[in-house]
Design a protein around this ligand. Structure first.
Ligand code: PHE
Length: 463
């Protein structure tokens, strides 16, 4: 197409149309259907290689019925020709004409070519000497590709002897960016273009700022995080404040020592705890508090005998991935004591890490839910009541408690709930009242008690 356009414009004038190419002529030239080149035209137009002028056209084709009349004459002509000069009985005429008699008769009557005479036998007579079968002429003409006026075509279209399909043709001229080859505009400026200088002449594709981006996949909460949000809601509804749990790395001091967990406790073994290689140790601690913690471990106080061992700062300084969120609770309670004690309800739900062999009930990384209430004069009854309330809001109504041991709580209780499907009691959490050996070195008033509980989010969901 581009070559053809170029050739014509060079010769000046072909077909009297200033070097333009008519899409229909071009299709004929190539011997292809017109529709086959429309896509090419549109694409060249989009690249401004060619200018396109649209023209509405109609394509006329003769229908199957039309074809038979083009060959044998219109039904009305067929009827007329069978009528002799002195008339004929209608029944006889019918037999002579055959299939097309009914419409032929009707049309011939309308055209006033024939008339009838009623009597004992109804007869048909010519009203005119000769006729011109215009219908046949047009049908034959259309087949040859001749043009007829709208007025001439309309009755044939109504009789479904011809069908008219509108289509578009194009008058094509050289466009503003005419070239003999379609080049693809570049989408990106490359290093090579800059190096070679090709960028100076390179054509670039325009950004389409109207294009819609790829729809983003809808976000969904992971089932675990969904349940986490439910717990969060329950805590908030019960008036709890969320503790900041964004530090996965903790020192042994806050994770263990502040919780009166002795330095030779098996949980502190590297089999149970992930220690950090880099940075291996924490540097700054509240020194006076650290001293009180050291003393309570070594010699006791506050009515306690302590553990009676040599407490080492180097052991407390070891960094680890926190093994429980109770590390955060100890930081928060220490802070509360420094800020001036006020009753508080705290909670957190976040990740903890344990050096576990992973199996169906153990993960090296899981979420711990932790709640604590600190106030003056709290008792074990308050803890039991709080747990009933908390789990009750989850739909867990039947609870049982079993005495247990934690280095930092006394008394301590494992929490069991009755599993309706498994028909047995299952452990769902751990709880207790923080020991004076933990609370008093922090500087909390001596009549303040802290009730606390913790559980695994994953465990609870599994159940
Ligand atoms: N920190 C305990 C655990 O890791 C849970 C707990 C929290 C127990 C608070 C008592 C009080 O399982």
């Amino acid at each position: 197409l581009l070559l053809e356009l170029n050739g014509r414009s060079e010769k000046g004038d072909v077909g009297g149309d200033d070097g333009a190419v008519h899409s229909e002529d071009f299709a004929k030239l190539l011997g292809v259907e017109h529709v086959a080149i429309v896509g090419v035209i549109k694409s060249l137009q989009a690249h401004e290689l060619i200018d396109v002028q649209e023209q509405d056209c109609k394509r006329c084709t003769v229908t199957e019925e039309g074809e038979s009349y083009a060959a044998d004459g219109s039904p009305e002509a067929q009827v007329f020709r069978k009528v002799p000069a002195d008339g004929i009985a209608m029944n006889e005429l019918k037999g002579l004409v055959g299939k097309v008699y009914d419409i032929g008769f009707k049309q011939a009557m309308q055209s006033k070519w024939i008339s009838i005479q009623k009597g004992a036998v109804t007869t048909v007579h010519r009203k005119v000497e000769t006729i011109q079968d215009k219908v046949q002429e047009i049908l034959v003409g259309v087949k040859k590709g001749l043009e007829f006026s709208e007025k001439e075509m309309e009755p044939l279209r109504k009789r479904k002897l011809i069908s008219v399909q509108p289509y578009k043709v194009y008058v094509l001229r050289k466009g503003p960016k005419f070239a003999l080859k379609k080049t693809k505009p570049a989408t990106d400026l490359t290093r090579d273009m800059l190096a070679s200088g090709a960028w100076k002449t390179q054509e670039f594709k325009m950004y389409n700022f109207n294009a819609l981006g790829i729809p983003t996949a809808g976000g969904h909460l992971h089932p675990l995080l969904k349940v986490r949000a439910q717990f969060q809601k329950i805590f908030l509804e019960m008036g709890f404040e969320e503790m900041p749990t964004n530090n996965f790395v903790e020192s042994s001091f806050w994770n263990f020592d502040a919780l009166f967990q002795p330095q030779m406790h098996p949980a502190r073994d590297s089999h149970d705890t992930f220690f950090l290689a880099e940075p291996a140790t924490a540097r700054s601690f509240p020194e006076d508090y650290l001293e009180r913690v050291k003393n309570v471990h070594e010699r006791g106080g506050y009515g306690s005998t302590g553990y009676g061992y040599d407490w080492k700062r180097s052991e407390a300084a070891k960094n680890l991935l926190r093994t429980h969120t109770t590390a955060v609770s100890s930081r928060m309670l220490y802070k509360l004591a420094q800020d001036g004690f006020q009753p508080k309800k705290y909670f957190s739900i976040d990740r903890v890490f344990r050096n576990e062999a992973v199996d169906k009930t153990h993960l090296a990384e899981f979420h711990q839910i932790e709640g604590l209430v600190c106030d003056r004069g709290l008792t074990l009854g308050d803890l039991i009541g709080m747990l009933n309330e908390f789990f009750g809001r989850l739909g867990i109504k039947k609870l049982r408690f079993k005495p247990a041991y934690n280095p930092y709580t006394e008394p301590s209780m494992e929490i069991f709930s009755y599993h309706e499907t498994f028909q047995k009691w299952v452990e769902i959490g751990n709880s207790g009242m923080f020991r004076p050996e933990m609370l008093l070195p922090m500087g909390l008033p001596s009549d303040v008690s802290v009730i606390a509980w913790g559980l695994s989010l994953e465990r609870l969901i599994l159940r």
